[in-house]
Write a protein that binds this ligand. Structure first.
Ligand SMILES: [Zn+2]
Length: 370
């Protein structure tokens, strides 16, 4: 049995002081007087929060989740853990007709998930393309062709889909019936009808709102809502927000928060495998395209600690900012029975950070990683 003393414990609703947090592999209790334990961590007045969950990251700090090398992926999850992430969903691109290399990437992540004891737990894979507008432009989706692919993919979890592609709602149904999550995104122009159809068929989230998602549009003089308005007004739909001060302004973030609340926002990094924060990748792509960058992805390696800090600094209460990085993503991924909050019976995935969300310690399933 282990315990954390002298901390401020963040729940989804409040901050508890003067109590010990007792755990082994799971949370056992939040108690006033816990007695003796095998291991005691003195948090020195810092916060202890549930571990962050990042459902959208391509790697970072030089590690690439698409590298098809399980050892490298494990190392990547260790870097993720340093930013307070205890559970992660590696995000990859995947072809409609997958190549040998595509399968090698999937199998390496599956292998890393099974043997990982060093870093963030791998919850599954997020497929961001095929079926996004920039790649397979509105081609018809044949569900029968996708079934063997879904059968073979053991760790598929989230699939970003463009509702404009013909047959997409049937694919969304197939995903939903398998307990997988369809996330609407990467659609430069999505009609109200196609958005609603996908939601009715089971899509329950949106990938990086305000990036590759359209706003209202005109048809015969009428204005209709696009993905942005529809996802903000549809209560059941979680919106993923890349909040890192290089992408969504604090004012826009507060607007999203006003619409969705902390129960509807999933913070994520969309981190790309660059070595440095906000530098090398950005410079490289700015040179190539000769235009200002508008995607977080190209801004290097923001961590979830950066994202939570940016949300907090945008004026959101700390409990709420933390909830958007913990309980809400856990709900969006269907793992909230075990993850996302500090409560007895849940995994002891914990992060200790100071007043400025600087990470001090990270604990995954009771094991202190750093
Ligand atoms: Zn991405």
């Amino acid at each position: 049995m282990k315990k954390i003393i002298n901390s401020k414990i963040i729940t989804p609703y409040r901050i508890i002081t003067g109590h010990d947090l007792i755990y082994d592999g799971q949370i056992l209790a939040i108690d006033l007087d816990s007695g003796s334990c095998d291991e005691v961590i003195d948090a020195k007045g810092c916060y202890v929060s549930p571990g962050f969950i990042d459902r959208h990251t391509h790697g970072g700090w030089g590690y690439d989740f698409s590298c098809a090398d399980a050892d490298q992926i494990v190392e990547g999850t260790r870097e993720c853990a340093k930013t307070g992430v205890t559970a992660v969903v590696p995000t990859i691109e995947f072809a409609v007709h997958p190549t040998k290399q595509d399968w090698a990437v999937v199998e390496a992540i599956e292998c890393a998930a099974d043997k990982n004891s060093k870093g963030s737990e791998i919850l599954g894979i997020h497929i961001e393309g095929a079926f996004v507008s920039s790649v397979e432009n509105h081609q018809k989706i044949h569900v029968q062709e996708m079934i063997p692919i879904l059968d073979r993919m053991k760790k598929g979890l989230v699939w970003t889909v463009d509702p404009q592609a013909e047959g997409m709602s049937d694919f969304v149904t197939e995903l939903s019936q398998r307990g997988l999550y369809a996330s609407i995104g990467h659609s430069e122009f999505c009609t109200q009808e196609n958005f609603m159809k996908c939601v009715e068929h089971g899509a329950c989230q949106v990938t990086h709102i305000y990036s590759s998602t359209n706003g209202y549009y005109r048809e015969n003089g009428f204005r209709y809502p696009g993905i942005q308005e529809l996802s903000l007004m549809t209560k059941e739909v979680f919106v993923e927000v890349l909040m890192n001060n290089h992408h969504i302004s604090p004012e826009l973030f507060r607007f999203i928060y006003h619409c969705k609340g902390s129960a509807g926002i999933v913070l994520a990094t969309d981190c790309h495998p660059r070595k440095n924060k906000y530098t090398s990748g950005a410079e490289k792509f700015e040179t190539i395209w000769n235009e200002p960058l508008h995607r977080t992805s190209w801004w290097g390696s923001p961590g979830m600690d950066d994202v939570v800090r940016a949300a907090y600094h945008a004026g959101i209460p700390l409990c709420e900012a933390v909830k958007m990085a913990t309980l809400t993503p856990a709900r969006a991924l269907g793992v909230h029975a075990k993850k996302g909050s500090i409560a007895p019976g849940k995994d002891a995935d914990l992060v200790i950070f100071d007043e400025n969300v600087q990470i001090q310690q990270v604990i995954v399933k009771g094991n202190t990683l750093l």
